[in-house]
Design a protein around this ligand. Structure first.
Ligand code: FAD
Ligand code: MLT
Ligand code: ZN
Length: 485
């Protein structure tokens, strides 16, 4: 980009959001480096608008200068989707100042909130008003509503409440041309043509900028009871899940599985945490029951489930949290796994989904194939078993140079795992999205018809490929029609 055009754009951006909200100097790694430290980009500028009107003007200014935009929330994404590329020509549009909760409509059971609001802030505000906003994940203290929508995030309550898409009733979006679409109706029924909200949810910033959303609320359960169980195998975990559905019905709100090596990383990197059962069994499960009667009722239900499970042999040992603090400590073990894995070093993540019934076979076969082809590779296996979503992750062999392992083995290892995912009719991305890390894999694993439709949608909504280019789809920018650009 020629320097005078760049200065012209920076001047325009400063006029829109204020000079102190256009960052070009100093340490920008919070915006330029992805959470997993897989890629460091370089931004032309980080721009932080205060409201939707400013977002629209920023998008218009960038479009006029033929400059692309990377929308960013908390930058906790797992697939390198929210950081700029290395060209120094992309504007990072951070929504972090747009965090207002605009309206909580108790009768309509909805909340309308700006995209930069932290998920945890939203959960807490809703809880204070007596409602549950059920989206929940370990990154909730840093990730934003806009990022959750951009990735269609999942988390630990999906088996009862659905993923972000299912929690969203309406959006406000700044389009690639800088127009504002207000779709914040809060309606549960609206069959007036194409449902545009679903195009933007999960589009990872490639179609427009989400500036606000109307989301569903639920009555706060009277009690949430948590148990932690050790199991001899993944087959046993699937059996326990079946029993849990039978015994707890819609009260089952969490069912997370953790392999013994994943738990050993928590013990190693967070020795202050007490991880029950000392790694004796192959897998552990965190189970949560939400009860709309009372705590005693919930506890009795959960205990009767565990009794049945112990009798059938699918559970070897179990504890039920007696206090809220104990429940949090049990959940904290599960939530610490990604952090423990990051501490252990660079790693390969597979965020896959497969029909729950087929997961044990998938893991058995794929573990064996990986051990055959990549001896010593360490399997960090955990995830949202209740949704059929496994984080089937791989750490370099003990003592190996992780960077070299990834450089040399990531491609063939991914090819092996994703071929297995195809064989089991699964998905290569259950909840993290595609970003740039999985873009080539998407092209290999999605049908040509689906890819063609996705491409057509992208070109219709963002013909000049200004919105987060290079993410999700590989698309060359079309020649700009903007005079002088
Ligand atoms: P970012 O990382 O900033 O952005 C993610 C994508 O969304 C990018 O493509 C970006 O361009 C786009 N985007 C961001 N804001 C907007 C916007 N306003 N408009 C349009 N596009 C936008 N994910 C899960 O699904 N389930 C989990 O259980 C889970 N657990 C996690 C645990 C840890 C410890 C960590 C670090 C991450 C976890 N994640 C999980 C991944 C991540 O937190 C989620 O994907 C989250 O939704 C991203 O939100 P964010 O605000 O950080 O988005
Ligand atoms: C999780 O479930 O912990 C996340 O999706 C993060 C991860 O896969 O590392
Ligand atoms: Zn997850």
């Amino acid at each position: 980009m020629n320097p005078s055009k760049k200065q012209g754009l920076l001047q325009a951006l400063r006029a829109i959001v204020g000079a102190d909200q256009v960052l070009t100097e100093g340490d920008l790694s919070a915006w330029e480096l992805d959470w997993r430290k897989r890629e460091r980009g370089q931004a032309l500028a980080v721009v932080r608008p205060a409201n939707t009107e400013e977002v629209a003007l920023v998008v218009q200014a960038c479009a006029s200068a033929d400059v692309s935009i990377v929308p960013q929330g908390g930058n906790t994404g797992m697939v390198v989707g929210s950081t700029p590329d290395a060209s120094g020509t992309q504007v990072v549009l951070s929504l972090s100042r747009m965090k207002r909760i605009r309206q909580l409509d108790a009768a309509n059971l909805t909340v309308t909130v700006e995209a930069g609001c932290l998920l945890q802030t939203l959960q807490e505000a809703c809880a204070a008003a007596g409602f549950l906003y059920p989206l929940s994940m370990a990154s909730e203290g840093s990730c934003t509503v806009g990022g959750n929508l951009g990735t269609n995030a999942g988390g630990t309550q999906v088996l009862r409440y659905g993923n972000t898409r299912e929690l969203c009733l309406g959006l406000e979006v700044v389009t690639a041309t800088g127009e504002v679409w207000n779709g914040l109706s809060g309606l549960r029924k609206d069959n007036t043509g194409y449902d545009l909200r679903h195009l933007f949810i999960g589009s990872e910033g490639t179609l427009g900028v989400i500036t606000a959303a109307t989301l569903k609320l639920f009555p706060m359960p009277k009690a949430m009871v948590t148990a932690y169980a050790s199991l001899p195998s993944l087959d046993a975990a699937v059996q326990l899940l079946g029993l849990a559905h039978q015994h707890l019905s819609s009260g089952l709100t969490g069912f997370e599985v953790m392999g013994s090596f994943a738990l050993s990383l928590v013990r190693k990197h967070f020795p202050q945490q007490h991880v029950p059962f000392a790694g004796d069994d192959a897998f552990c499960v965190v189970l949560e029951l939400s009860d709309h009667d009372c705590e005693a009722h919930g506890r009795a239900l959960l205990e009767s489930l565990l009794e049945a499970a112990l009798q059938s042999g699918c559970v070897v040992d179990a504890v039920v949290a007696q206090t809220q603090a104990q429940a949090q400590a049990l959940w904290h073990i599960r939530e610490s796994i990604p952090l423990a894995q990051a501490q252990e070093g660079l790693n390969i993540k597979h965020d896959i989904s497969i029909a729950v019934s087929r997961i044990p076979d998938f893991v058995r076969e794929t573990d064996a194939a990986i051990q055959g082809a990549f001896p010593g590779a360490r399997m960090v296996n955990y995830g949202h078993l209740g949704d059929g979503n496994l984080h089937y992750n791989v750490q370099a062999p003990e003592g190996a140079d992780a960077e070299a392992f990834l450089r040399e083995q990531e491609k063939p290892l991914n090819a092996l795992v994703y071929a297995q995912v195809d064989r089991f009719n699964g998905s290569i991305s259950a909840e993290h999205g595609i970003g740039s890390l999985k873009r080539e894999k998407l092209a290999e694993h999605k049908s040509p018809v689906a890819l063609g439709l996705m491409r057509a949608i992208k070109l219709a909504l963002d013909p000049h490929n200004h919105m987060n280019p290079g993410r999700v789809l590989a698309l060359e920018p079309l020649p700009s029609k903007i005079p002088g650009a």
